[in-house]
Design a protein around this ligand. Structure first.
Ligand SMILES: [Zn+2]
Length: 114
């Protein structure tokens, strides 16, 4: 018997927590189901899993093919799928601000190094 997604009851399960791919990556859905994964966030807004957070946030909105590719890449690199500055919607300025700040820090470090 093929397990069916707990959320949509339609698609075949191919992600953790008994969810299908699209439900798992739909914002808010996986939070509704208990985690069976070591990558889970425990506690509100407090990442204490074993996986390191990816070095940079993504500017791609949730649900886009580009975001899916980013999540796949993070999973492959054994990084946390979630990043605190990931775009929450199309045009979210938070990841851009984060990247701009990171760039400024790099430039300062280079300036200090001479
Ligand atoms: Zn589903």
């Amino acid at each position: 018997m093929i397990p069916i997604c707990k959320h949509c009851q339609e698609s075949k399960v191919n992600r953790p927590r008994g969810l299908c791919w699209s439900c798992y990556y739909t914002p808010g859905v996986k939070e509704m189901y208990p985690s069976t994964s070591k990558y889970a966030r425990r506690g509100v807004g407090n990442f204490t899993g074993n996986a390191p957070v990816a070095p940079r946030p993504t500017t791609h909105a949730p649900g886009t093919p580009e975001k899916m590719a980013v999540l796949e890449e993070r999973a492959k690199n054994k990084q946390a799928l979630w990043h605190p500055f990931d775009a929450q919607y199309d045009g979210d300025p938070r990841p851009l601000r984060y990247l701009a700040r990171e760039q400024r820090v790099n430039e300062q470090e280079m300036a200090m190094a001479g």
